[in-house]
Design a binder for this molecule. Structure first.
Ligand SMILES: [Zn+2]
Length: 75
């Protein structure tokens, strides 16, 4: 099997879903060819869209994650 990379942390998928540039480019080939990562990425993107549409960032404390803060500010 041509499995060279382990699945990335969900936090990294989350950053990628949010369009962050903090994601190492080396992760992309894995994510683009990994059904598990693609599914997670799609789910995270949907969650981000939902959050941006439904939550006022000033009134909400992200769950223990600077990533969420950057996502919600990155409009
Ligand atoms: Zn994967």
């Amino acid at each position: 099997m041509n499995r060279t990379t382990a699945c990335p942390e969900e936090s990294q998928l989350l950053a990628l879903a949010a369009g962050s540039t903090d994601v190492p480019p080396s992760l992309r080939p894995h994510i683009e060819s990994c059904p598990t990562c693609l599914r997670n990425l799609r789910r995270l993107r949907a969650e981000i869209v939902h959050l941006r549409a439904s939550i006022a960032p000033d009134d909400w404390s992200p769950p223990n994650s600077l990533i969420w803060r950057s996502i919600l500010r990155n409009n």
